[in-house]
Write a protein that binds this ligand. Structure first.
Ligand code: SF4
Length: 316
């Protein structure tokens, strides 16, 4: 039996400690695919203020972009970093975790002036037991200055840049209103790797009109581009999204559980030995999920995934 290298196993090997990511969602961050810079409405599966009446009230709030001349909410953001990090750290500590990566997760976490990014990242890094950062972003929202700064931070901390790849097929990226093409992703993953930074790639199975061959091609190319770690996600439909409209009109058919698991197992078999898997699925157990229903129970799904992998000689 082969043990799949997971996030936990990777850090246990690397620093002999139990490490966990602490997710942070900081006010004022948005995305160039939402604020109209590259597109409006966001990715078709993304719940944001363009489609959600609940979130629409946020549209009057202050949002940053890389050209923002000032940041009137910086103090509030710094407090959010401190508060969110420590609240979760305390909980994870009680579960036996020892060290943490501050995970800037919500929206596009490099889409702000560099001064703001520096202040927020460095605030996270001085929190107790923080050994590094994982920064979720888009490949069209980084630049040389940001990467050079992260390269400097990486001398003393573990810095990860997490890019949404989703698919390497431009026709798919267009269908989901991604707002950039596959060349852009390839270019910035390679530039990030050239700086010596570690990259995690996020991939979605079940995107509109993609067959298994295409999904596996995305995995193959992402490996070729040099990603160090990978996350797999089934495409599910939540209310108040463009995808929900397409689904209701019968224009989008979600991936079946069987195809998802089969594709996932095949993808995991393709991964190089030293690439670690940060996620094999995602679940959403609330009333916002429209389809597919099998995404509701993440634990049951994980059990099936583990069994399917075990049959192929892998322990997850
Ligand atoms: S890049 Fe992320 S935050 Fe931006 S629209 Fe797409 S899913 Fe939403």
């Amino acid at each position: 039996m082969k043990e799949i290298l997971t996030f936990g196993r990777y850090y246990k090997k690397k620093i002999k400690k139990r490490v966990k990511k602490i997710p942070l969602g900081i006010s004022g961050f948005t995305c160039p695919n939402i604020d109209g810079t590259v597109a409006k409405g966001g990715c078709s599966f993304c719940e944001n203020e363009s489609f959600s009446p609940n979130l629409a009230k946020n549209s009057k709030k202050f949002f940053l972009n890389p050209d923002s001349k000032e940041n009137p909410i910086l103090q509030k953001q710094l407090l959010e970093v401190q508060f969110q990090y420590n609240a979760t750290r305390d909980r994870y500590k009680s579960l036996g975790y020892e060290k943490f990566l501050a995970y800037f997760q919500a929206f596009t976490n490099t889409y702000a002036p560099l001064d703001t990014l520096k202040a927020l990242y460095e605030k996270a890094l001085i929190q107790k037991d923080c050994i590094g950062l994982s920064i979720g972003t888009r490949s069209d929202s980084v630049n040389e200055d940001i990467l050079n700064y992260l390269k400097d931070l990486d001398k003393n901390y573990d810095i990860w840049v997490e890019y949404g790849i989703q698919s390497i097929f431009d026709e798919t990226l267009k269908k989901i209103n991604r707002g950039h093409d596959s060349k852009n992703i390839e270019t910035w993953i390679k530039k990030t790797k050239d700086k010596g930074l570690k990259v995690c790639g996020h991939i979605i199975f079940g995107l509109p009109d993609e067959n298994q061959e295409m999904m596996l091609k995305t995995v193959e190319k992402s490996i070729e581009w040099g990603i160090d770690s990978i996350k797999f996600h089934p495409l599910y439909v939540v209310k108040n999204t463009m995808l929900a409209v397409e689904y209701k009109k019968g224009e989008f058919k979600p991936i079946s559980k069987e195809l998802y698991i089969d594709t996932l197992v095949k993808a995991i078999k393709m991964l190089p030995k030293d690439m670690f898997v940060q996620r094999v699925t995602a679940g959403i157990d609330d009333e916002t999920l429209l389809a597919p229903n099998w995404c509701k129970n993440k634990n049951a799904l994980l059990k099936e995934i583990r069994e399917a992998l075990r049959k192929e000689g892998y322990i997850y």
